[in-house]
Design a protein around this ligand. Structure first.
Ligand code: GTR
Length: 341
């Protein structure tokens, strides 16, 4: 059944990863900003009194990157269980700087044996058409963009990669082979892109990322490229704009984004009542991306239903009951997926 649904969608065939990454950067997200010439870290320890009852202090790290001879700084939070080494960990791109936050049950994550690094996306650059603030101020001359210059998703994804640089700089505190980048909605799209373009991430998790994230565009009954391009053009490169109401001519679809994470692991999470993100299209993208992975996507030959959890392949999928939200049930399933591998 899923094979017929994919045939109806007439998707572009999978290509080698390098070609897929080129198409994605050229046609939808823009090319990732370059790596910094120099990076420095300043650490403020234990910034929240009695955090997690003393099990794990919350530190703030200011990351200062030099690009084109100019500096850009942004903060991240790190919560590391005291006295532990080689920790599996999440890099969570979040909407707000608060710790914990309604999308981030920090203590529960720590109690499951993980460390947690979080960053607030607006500390990197604003979520609007202004390409002169934050990191964008170093990348664009007077805010001007070329057709394949990075959109905001690529700029935020770059920051998650810098947080991983910091984790790596600490030696054996973190287990990089158990690193996972994650986010919700627009930041789920960002997490997939961060992992697609940086092979150091062992896992990626997209929560309800939908259009231009995990969901196939061809055949959607939810948000379309035209909808998202109209409302959020700044998330993408300008070359994407020509595909508004013109999906059939896209030389890619969103299974390319998932496939470009191979041979590593990726979990896609949907919410049963999030029709705008279109859970069936997120699931079908997993089916279409599967051949790029050694252990693909193990699933029944039907569309997903509430509380489906498919963790046997390199691609995992889970559908939670309810609305567009990154809740503790999503985190519990995400943690189980990482632990199961
Ligand atoms: C919506 C957008 C979605 C999703 C969401 C979010 O308005 O249409 O693609 O990204 O915002 O990020 O919360």
């Amino acid at each position: 059944m899923t094979d017929e649904l994919l045939l109806e969608r007439k998707l572009p065939p999978l290509l080698p990863r390098a070609e897929v990454l080129k198409i994605l950067q050229e046609e939808i997200y823009g090319y990732m900003p370059p790596k910094p010439e120099k990076t420095e870290y300043a650490v403020r320890r234990n910034i929240i009194k009695n955090f997690c009852a003393g099990k794990a202090p919350c530190d703030e790290i200011t990351i200062t990157c030099t690009l084109g001879g100019r500096e850009f700084s942004f903060p991240i939070n790190a919560v590391i269980p005291a006295g532990k080494k080689n920790l599996p960990f999440f890099i969570h791109l979040n909407f707000r700087p608060e710790n914990p936050d309604r999308y981030m049950p920090t203590e529960e994550i720590i109690d499951n044996g993980f460390a947690l690094i979080s960053l607030c996306y607006k500390d990197i650059t604003s979520d609007d058409e202004d390409f002169e603030n934050g990191l964008c101020g170093l990348l664009f001359d007077g805010g001007r963009r070329e057709g394949n210059s990075p959109g905001k998703l690529a700029v935020w994804a770059w920051a998650a990669q810098r947080a991983l640089d910091w984790a790596q700089s600490l030696g054996d505190t973190f287990d990089i082979s158990r690193s996972c980048v994650c986010g919700h909605s627009r930041l789920g799209k960002t997490a997939l892109l961060a992992s697609a373009t940086d092979e150091r991430f062992a896992f990626a998790y997209s929560n309800d990322s939908g259009c231009s994230g995990a969901a196939l565009a061809r055949g959607t009954t939810g948000e379309t490229p035209a909808d998202i391009i109209h409302k959020f053009p700044f998330w993408f490169c300008e070359n994407y704009f020509k595909y508004a109401d013109n999906e059939e001519n896209m030389p890619f679809d969103q299974h390319y984004l998932i496939a470009s994470i191979a041979p590593r692991r990726v979990l896609i999470g949907s919410a049963s009542k999030d029709s705008w993100a279109d859970p069936a299209q997120e699931y079908l993208a997993c089916v279409a991306a599967a051949p790029a992975f050694e252990n693909g996507f193990v699933h029944p030959d039907r569309l997903p239903v509430v509380n489906d959890v498919f963790f046997d392949g390199d691609i995992g999928y889970q559908m939670r009951e309810g609305l567009h939200y990154f809740g503790r049930e999503d985190w519990q399933r995400l943690m189980s997926f990482v632990k199961s591998k």
